[in-house]
Write a protein that binds this ligand. Structure first.
Ligand code: GDP
Length: 423
């Protein structure tokens, strides 16, 4: 029996959902352990195309139990919408295959409002939030002013806490932002409408998972990537949670659990959604061409993603911070149009070349050092073994593997489940 985490080693959107959907066949449970419905994990399979925001990407696999852990934050209204939408495409979703932690904080409508108001206040200095209320709810969690979903089972206790929290929150909404305050009645009504419907899914998921540890195969699915980690990412252009594999046991409620395997996912080129330094970024025609080729538009927001070549400095840092035991390289098929393929191999900072990922305040000044690899210029989406790839594509994979210091065990050549080369 094994525990495995599938995590991002760049800015997010690396293709984790696609890898979880593929690998979930070998696992009994898939756990989302951090983040909220700001995620957009794209999965293409026999049911169709999905952009999963909260539901773990194991939801399509028969017999797999999916868990939203205590480290995630849940907007019950959005979760119900997603359950309905997924069901409408023929995917069974019920308390048999979906369990939600009773300890997960609730994302309220006022968190969404606060997110919008704060981004507007920041104007040009905005972080590029997805405006789903994620930063405000994580902030409130550490201020000890969120409601855990399980409090729905204790209505008197819940109402009293909610009243106190609202009095506090309204001060900020009204006096800081000039926004709309919320009455206890309207928030209570919202909670009764949506929270009540979530109740059947709630349980002590930590206890459930601890009872399976060592007996069943558990897969942890991360949202975002290392460069968005609140501790080790490009702060403050980060998420408010910890997309690290090391956080998976905590966010799942099984702090003593060990990870046998960590699969770091990265694209064959770089993309970044939102603001902040992105050293190897391309602009103009080159960027437009790659963005179009890779359909690089945010799954959660539709925003055009920033694009650039593979960034070895960022990716090696990602491998190290994730403790990745292996790497899945996705979307290499997208590079097929290029006659030569640029790779950012080092950064130049203060007149010196470096392999080390810089401190957040310093990274803005870094310049990419580019090397070129030969392109292959043919369709590789039908390749199913490493040997079938053209020589130049094999060399590209080997080059990256060597530079990032981690074996590349999966090479994805298309969005569909079977478009994969496993080594
Ligand atoms: P995630 O958030 O890490 O799950 O990644 P996203 O879903 O945001 O982005 C990955 C996108 O690339 C999705 O649209 C996938 O369907 C697509 N995709 C994943 N792997 C491949 C691949 O190897 N080739 C191609 N062409 N598309 C892929």
């Amino acid at each position: 029996m094994a525990n495995c985490a599938i995590v991002g080693i760049n800015w997010g959107d690396e293709g984790k959902g696609r890898m979880v959907d593929l690998i979930a066949a070998d696992y009994d449970v898939v756990v989302r352990y951090q983040g909220g419905n700001n995620a957009g994990h794209t999965v293409v399979n026999e049911y169709g195309k999905f952009a999963l925001h909260l539901l773990p990407s194991g939801i399509f696999r028969k017999g797999v139990v999916n868990v939203l852990g205590n480290g995630a934050v849940i907007d019950p209204e959005k979760l119900l919408e997603e359950i309905e939408e997924t069901r409408s495409k023929g995917v069974p979703v019920s308390p048999d295959n979906l369990k939600v932690s009773d300890r997960a904080p609730i994302v309220f409508p006022y968190h969404r409002d606060q997110d919008v108001l704060e981004e507007a206040r920041l104007a040009d200095a905005k972080y590029g939030s997805t405006k789903r209320g994620i930063a405000p709810v994580y902030g409130d969690k550490y201020m000890k002013k969120t409601i855990m979903l399980g409090e729905l089972f204790y209505p008197d206790y819940l109402k009293k806490r909610l009243e106190g929290i609202l009095a506090w929150k309204n001060l900020t909404l009204k006096n800081v932002y000039g926004g709309k305050p919320y009455s206890l009645e309207e928030v209570w009504d919202w909670l009764m409408t949506y929270g009540e419907k979530i109740k059947p899914y709630l349980c002590d998921t930590g206890a459930y998972l601890r009872s399976l540890d060592g007996k069943k195969n558990i897969l942890f699915e991360a949202q975002l990537g290392v460069l968005r980690d609140v501790d080790f990412g490009i702060y403050p252009y980060t998420s408010s949670s910890a997309p690290l594999a090391a956080y998976a046991p905590i966010g799942a409620g099984m702090p003593g659990a060990k990870l046998d395997k960590v699969i770091g996912v990265v694209k064959a080129y770089s993309t970044c959604v939102g603001e902040g330094p992105f050293t190897a970024e391309w602009f103009g025609e080159d960027a437009d061409k790659l963005r179009e080729a890779g359909a690089e538009y945010g799954a959660a927001t539709g925003r055009p993603r920033r694009v650039g070549p593979m960034d070895i400095v960022a990716t090696r840092y990602g491998v190290i911070m994730q403790g990745a035991t292996e790497v899945a390289l996705t979307k290499i098929d997208i590079l097929s149009y290029m006659d030569q393929i640029p790779v950012c191999v080092q950064y130049e900072l203060d007149g010196r070349k470096t392999d080390d990922f810089p401190f957040p305040a310093a990274i803005g000044a870094a310049k990419p050092v580019i090397e070129y690899m030969p392109g292959w210029q043919c369709d590789i989406s039908g390749c199913r073994s490493f040997g079938e790839l053209p020589k130049a594509a094999q060399e590209y994979v080997d080059f990256i593997e060597k530079r990032i210091g981690c074996p590349i065990t999966n090479i994805s050549v298309g969005a569909a489940r079977d478009a994969i080369i496993r080594r």
